[in-house]
Ligand binder design. Structure first.
Ligand SMILES: C[S@@+](CC[C@H](N)C(=O)[O-])C[C@H]1O[C@@H](n2cnc3c(N)ncnc32)[C@H](O)[C@@H]1O
Length: 205
C-alpha cells in the first residue's frame, strides 16, 4: 500500500478504505453472528477436522464456530481496528486472529483443508480477483475446499462487487471445481440480500 494513500481512498484494495469504516462503525456487512449455512456445514462435516483459514475475517465470529467444531482455525485481517474488535469478541480465542495482508502474509509451508469466504472476495475490486484465485489455489491442499458465501448479481454502487457465473468459472475453473451451489434465502444482511450463494469449490489435485 502506498504510504500516502489518503484516508478517504475510494479504493477498497487499500487498508485505509477499511480502517475508516471500522473507525466510524460503518459495518453494513457485519451479521452479528454465524451464518446459518455455516452452522449446517459444520454439522455435516463434524467428523472431519482440518486446518481452516478465514481471510478478511472482520469481527471473525466464525473463528469460535470452527474452533468449537474441532477445527484448527486461523483468521487474518489487515485493518487494525477490525483485529482489535475481533480479539475483544473472541476473548481467549483472540490469538487465532493475525493482523496482516492476506496477499502478502508469509504462511510459510502452511496449507489449509478449508478456506472460509464471507464478504472478502466481494470487498475486492475485480482487478484483484485473479490474485485472490491464485492465492486460494496455492494455500489449499489438493482436495481442500474454498467454502462459504459468495455474492452473485448486480450492484450499481460497489463495493460489494458481485460475481456472475461466467466470471466465477473463468476465475476458479483452472484450479478449483464447483461442488456445491445453493442460493441463500434467509439471514442475509441488507447489502447482500438476494445475492448470496453458499458455494464449495474443491482444489483440483
Ligand atoms: C466486507 S468486510 C467482511 C468481514 C467479514 N468477513 C464478515 O463477513 O463480516 C471485508 C474485510 O476484509 C478486510 N480486508 C480487505 N482486504 C484485505 C487484505 N488484502 N488482507 C486482509 N484483510 C483484508 C477488511 O479489513 C475488512 O475487515
Amino acid at each position: 500500500m502506498a504510504e500516502n494513500t489518503p484516508i478517504n481512498s475510494p479504493d477498497s484494495s487499500q487498508t485505509t478504505f477499511w480502517v475508516k469504516r471500522w473507525q466510524t462503525g460503518k459495518l453494513p456487512w457485519d451479521l452479528g453472528g454465524i451464518p446459518a449455512d455455516l452452522v449446517s456445514h459444520l454439522t455435516r462435516t463434524r467428523s472431519s477436522p482440518t486446518k481452516v483459514l478465514i481471510p478478511g475475517c472482520g469481527t471473525g465470529y466464525e473463528v469460535r464456530a470452527f474452533h468449537e467444531a474441532g477445527h484448527d482455525v486461523t483468521a487474518i485481517d489487515f485493518s487494525g481496528p477490525a483485529v482489535t474488535h475481533a480479539r475483544e469478541i473472541l476473548g481467549p480465542l483472540g490469538d487465532k486472529v493475525i493482523q496482516g495482508n492476506f496477499f502478502k502474509h508469509d504462511f510459510a509451508q502452511q496449507r489449509y483443508g478449508l478456506i472460509y469466504e464471507r464478504g472478502f472476495l466481494c470487498s475486492l475490486p475485480p482487478e484483484r480477483w485473479p490474485a485472490y484465485a491464485a492465492r486460494m489455489a496455492d494455500l489449499l491442499v489438493p482436495g481442500g475446499r474454498l467454502v462459504g458465501l459468495f455474492l452473485y448479481g448486480n450492484e450499481p454502487e460497489p463495493p460489494p462487487f458481485p460475481l456472475n457465473e461466467a466470471t466465477a468459472n473463468a476465475l476458479f475453473g483452472g484450479s478449483l471445481r464447483l461442488v456445491t451451489d445453493a442460493t441463500v434465502v434467509a439471514q442475509s444482511v441488507p447489502v447482500y440480500q438476494g445475492m448470496e450463494h453458499w458455494q464449495e469449490w474443491e482444489r483440483l489435485g
